[in-house]
Design a protein around this ligand. Structure first.
Ligand code: SAH
Ligand code: SF4
Ligand code: F3S
Length: 447
């Protein structure tokens, strides 16, 4: 590759989960330290970072077609961007990417992106750079201070996964479970609030597996961290995602009843309602134990909204087993859910299991499941009509004077008011749609 001039502008395209969004923001902060700024809307960037996801198939193919598009656009306007591939596809298929896509200058894994500036130096000299090491904590130590963002911010507290569900690539792409230290998290949260964050969502592949020691050296779990974060002035709301049923402890459940800033919402994936399928997935819990856990959350916080993830068409899934999944959806009455067709991932045990399900069966099951989930979501929204709640204003709505924000139960609410982004407005939920609610602004809560 030929030496090129150092990039002045960048664009990060993040796919996949919220942890990738967080990583994308942090890469931007690293580049900003070097004076590299986000490319203005509609303009080509000098450096494009594809921050990829490997969770389901077609992800890798998507990366190659994105690269192809960037190369073609570069030829058209005579200026090829520097291309970096980051995220979970970079981790899983870094060497292949380098071999297949000569236009790529940098491949950097999710635990190594703090070294992006040095890799950029190499790339501008015309050398290609790959780094897929996994020194997770070192990464966080090497990142610069947080910059101003919107009112709702992400904070990664835990990374990696030791669960090895038989269908999932995350333990391979993100590595073993690690928890960031207490003090680092309090400092980063404080900085986020000083930069304008009113709501912080704590992130982790298994966020409730977070463990640490407080300033006095006492062991503490996620509930303790949340209780401490709730003491930060100016921080109004705390959320966390994604939890694993087996990592829940009493203190976190109790926190839902005791910490006013902790929002009444829990994303707790179950994946399937069939114990045979759960066992084959290596989930290490049953449908019944999951339902009992949900009951404990509801006892601590009766209005808690629940959401989950589901996979249909896991190898060997029978119609009766799929019915068990529909049943658990009815029993929990979720406020929202994500559902996916099973996707065989290279290197995972499930990809080699007998009984792979035909695509048309999966399509049909997914449709039925989504219908059922949609009905519960709509019912949940309808049951909210008449409630008064606070909405954190996040962005303008479609029409002038309209604003959009989230209710405590993570519903999208739009309303008319003279509010401003970052303000908390008390609204009465007036009309429910399947995916959002109309609110009537009552007053701006002073913050
Ligand atoms: N750590 C979280 C979620 C990680 S991935 C948890 O265990 O709950 C997000 C979701 O993607 C999973 O909950 C699962 O529903 C889905 N998923 C993961 N691997 C998949 C695969 N091979 N095929 C289809 N969906 C998958
Ligand atoms: Fe994947 Fe299971 Fe780990 Fe979640 S708990 S990231 S689904 S292996
Ligand atoms: Fe995707 Fe990696 Fe997140 S595979 S879902 S970006 S952890």
């Amino acid at each position: 590759m030929k030496p090129i001039s150092a990039p002045k502008t960048y664009r990060v395209k993040s796919f996949g989960c919220q942890m990738n969004v967080y990583d994308g923001e942090r890469m931007g902060e690293l580049l900003a330290e070097r004076g590299i700024t986000p490319a203005p809307e509609g303009e080509e960037a000098d450096l494009v970072i594809l921050n990829t996801c490997h969770i389901r198939e077609k992800a890798a193919e998507k990366v190659y077609s994105d690269i192809g598009r960037l190369v073609a656009a570069g030829k058209e306007n005579g200026k090829a961007p520097l291309i970096a591939v980051a995220g979970c596809v970079a981790q899983a298929e870094g060497e292949e990417i380098m071999a297949r896509a000569p236009a790529v200058s940098i491949v950097v894994g999710p635990q190594a992106y703090h070294r992006l500036p040095e890799m950029l130096d190499k790339a501008t000299k015309g050398e290609r750079a790959t780094d897929t090491d996994m020194p997770a904590i070192a990464k966080f130590d090497a990142l610069p201070a947080r910059r101003k963002r919107g009112p709702s911010a992400f904070l990664t507290v835990q990374e990696g996964c030791d669960k090895f569900c038989t269908y999932c690539v995350v333990p391979y792409t993100r590595g073993a479970e690690i928890s960031r230290p207490w003090r680092h998290l309090l400092d980063e949260a404080q900085k986020l609030v000083e930069a304008g964050a009113k709501e912080i969502t704590l992130l982790g592949q298994n966020v409730n597996a977070w463990r640490g020691e407080d300033d006095k050296g006492r062991p503490v779990g996620l509930g303790g961290l949340i209780r401490r974060l709730a003491g930060i002035d100016g921080l109004l709301r705390i959320r966390y995602t994604t939890s694993h049923p087996n990592d829940m402890d009493d203190d976190l459940i109790a926190a839902h009843g005791e910490v006013a800033k902790l929002m009444p919402y829990l994303h707790l994936p179950v994946q399937s309602g069939s114990d045979r399928v759960l066992k084959a997935m290596n989930r290490q819990h049953t449908a019944e134990s999951y339902l009992r856990l949900i009951e404990r959350f509801r006892a601590a916080r009766p209005d808690i909204a629940l959401s989950g993830d589901f996979i249909v068409g896991f190898p060997g899934e029978t119609e009766a087993e799929f019915q068990d999944t529909l049943n658990i959806v009815d029993q929990v009455r979720y406020a929202a859910c994500f559902s996916f067709k099973y996707s065989p991932r290279p290197g995972t045990p499930a990809a080699k299991m007998d009984g792979q399900i035909a695509p048309e069966v999966m399509d049909e099951r997914l449709q039925r499941l989504q219908q059922r989930i949609g009905a519960h979501q709509y019912a949940f929204n309808q049951a909210s009509v008449g409630k008064r709640c606070e909405v954190l204003v996040e962005r303008p709505g479609r029409h002038a004077g309209q604003w959009l924000g989230k209710s405590p139960w993570l519903q999208s609410v739009w309303f008319e008011s003279a509010a401003a982004i970052g303000e908390m407005v008390e609204v009465e939920l007036a009309e429910a749609g399947p995916n959002s609610l109309k609110g009537l602004a009552r007053q701006t809560v002073s913050v």
